[in-house]
Write a protein of this length. Structure first.
Length: 530
């Protein structure tokens, strides 16, 4: 029996809270002390393995300051051992390996080992998210044993699959479909079976990427006419729940929504588009989703609390450093020093690239996440939390992140355009958000290119699917083509360059960047009269 189960059965709600959410009561000084203690412990593990000797350059720092002065920052390119899954060089043997998308065109996946200690520690925070997501106020939560959990996650070896396993290991939940079955189903099969089981058994908890939770809810609503539901209503419980939901939706004069069928206790969601989806999530599911910031490498870095505002950092999964925006944007060599700050040194209103060092025998040392976060406050005054607050701001490494699931590089997009056979002059691409996040490609065609925008979109989209499997999966999950193209007037790219030259711009800013151009750049490009 898990600790949480034992305490809940005894009615000790406050003890459950203190066990899993007690870190929210830490002072900033205590937070930093935990970070320091775990870092020095991790350095001891690193000093005894081949990977650690390489990354620490044969030195074992004796303090946080020495660590930051003598050990360089790293990126995934510094860890070829992980791509090859070389377990013998790691600080501790992995319990599982998980992966996410890599930099398309460079490697197919970024593999990351998870030690048993990392797994156990992450399980505590996973359960904490659902305790908080199901609460109205401190100590007052509704999480119970055998709550029904809709499985809309990407299964192992994706990180969300590992998180589901950690959660199941920490607390007895009933996954819909059951974990062993869900992990061997396609996304469509998991979703259909999960909703079918939820109609019969009920639904309490949901977790996944914001974009996916919105997509499955909208798909369910669009397919929930009476005639389409009839084949599913052989069992009385399904019939009763569906009839009640149908009557609610008819009374509101709209299509049926998931909230008409279930009174969900808690939703935990991740992804860079959380603020965009916040109100839509409540409209569809009946409550806000608790936002979590994490990734394959750190597992989890921060989470919202029960005010559903900015996120609070967590202390014991990774050592946290913050690279100021001006430093992160510099073009540097390995030998050039880069100044990071600690959590007690950050400034509200400033943006920082996240830099992490794994705890609990993990492999990463001063690893640049490529994520820019903004510090919104040094405290959560409303809830009396003495830990700095953050929101996700953007990627900062030339990647285009679509829906938190697909990351595209300039190289891959360029290969797709070339591979499509479309005659073009130049292009720029970025993520834009309509009802869903999309890849927006601004493309100037050659004057003799006679294809329509629909034909060009289809041609480039098909090549992107061949080049990047996660992009292809995104189309399946969202049931929409993630690519939209805007034709740029003839001569616009050349005119932009000439205009920049006339304005005295330096060489780095003469041309429109191929990825992540600003609104100002796009507006200028589209408004130029050649």
């Amino acid at each position: 029996m898990s600790i949480a189960s034992e305490l809940l059965r005894k009615g000790k709600m406050r003890d459950v809270w203190h066990k899993y959410c007690g870190w929210l009561d830490l002072s900033l000084k205590e937070f930093v002390e935990i970070q320091t203690h775990l870092l020095l412990e991790q350095l001891g593990l690193l000093s005894q393995c081949e990977l650690g000797a390489k990354l620490l350059r044969g030195v074992v720092p004796k303090s946080v300051d020495e660590f930051r002065e003598r050990v360089p920052l790293t990126t995934y390119a510094d860890y070829p051992e992980l791509l090859d899954k070389r377990e013998g060089v790691l600080p501790e043997p992995p319990l599982v390996w998980q992966h996410t998308t890599g930099r398309s065109g460079e490697y197919p996946y970024k593999w990351m080992p998870v030690t048993e200690k990392m797994f156990r520690e992450s399980a505590i925070y996973c359960l904490a998210t659902y305790i908080i997501a199901s609460c109205q106020r401190k100590y007052d939560f509704s999480l119970e044993e055998h709550d029904k959990f809709l499985y809309t996650l990407a299964p192992p070896p994706y990180a969300t699959g590992t998180i589901a396993r950690a959660l199941a290991d920490e607390f007895p939940l009933d996954f819909l479909p059951p974990l062993d079955e869900a992990e061997n189903m396609s996304f469509q099969e998991r979703t259909a079976e999960g909703f079918s089981l939820a109609l019969e058994q009920g639904l309490d908890l949901i977790g996944g990427l914001n974009s996916i939770l919105i997509a499955v809810a909208e798909r369910f609503s669009q397919s929930s006419s009476v005639t389409e539901l009839l084949p599913m209503l052989a069992k009385p419980r399904k019939l009763l729940r569906s009839a009640k939901g149908f009557l609610k939706s008819k009374a509101a004069n709209r299509m049926m929504l998931p909230r008409d069928l279930w009174n969900v206790k808690g939703i935990v969601a991740a992804g860079p588009d959380s603020p965009i989806y916040k109100e839509r999530m409540k409209t569809l599911w009946g409550r806000y989703a608790l936002d979590v910031y994490g990734a394959t490498e750190p597992i989890m870095v921060a989470m919202q609390t029960w005010d559903y505002d900015a996120m609070t950092f967590i202390p014991s999964l990774n050592f946290l450093e913050f690279l100021p925006e001006e430093e992160a944007n510099k073009t540097t060599t390995k030998k050039a020093p880069m100044r990071t700050l600690l959590l007690n040194e950050v400034t509200p209103g400033e943006r920082y690239e996240m830099v992490i060092t794994s705890f609990h025998g993990g492999p990463l040392v001063r690893y640049r996440m490529g994520d820019m976060v903004e510090i919104t406050a040094m405290h959560n005054e409303n809830l009396n939390i003495d830990i700095p607050q953050m929101v996700f701001y953007s990627r900062c490494d030339g990647l285009i992140d679509i829906a938190g699931f697909t990351r595209l590089t300039e190289k891959t997009i360029w290969q797709a355009i070339e591979g499509s056979g479309v005659g073009y002059v130049d292009w720029t691409a970025r993520k834009e958000v309509k009802k869903k996040p999309i890849l927006r490609l601004y493309l100037q065609l050659k004057e003799d290119e006679g294809r329509s925008i629909q034909e060009v979109t289809a041609a480039i989209h098909d090549v992107l699917k061949e080049l990047h499997t996660d992009y292809a999966d995104l189309e399946t999950m969202l049931e929409t083509v993630p690519l939209e193209i805007t034709f740029v007037p003839t001569g616009s790219f050349q005119s932009y360059t000439l205009k920049q030259q006339a304005a005295g711009a330096d060489l780095a800013h003469l041309k429109v960047p191929h990825v992540n151009a600003s609104d100002e750049v796009i507006d200028t490009l589209m408004s130029i009269s050649p």
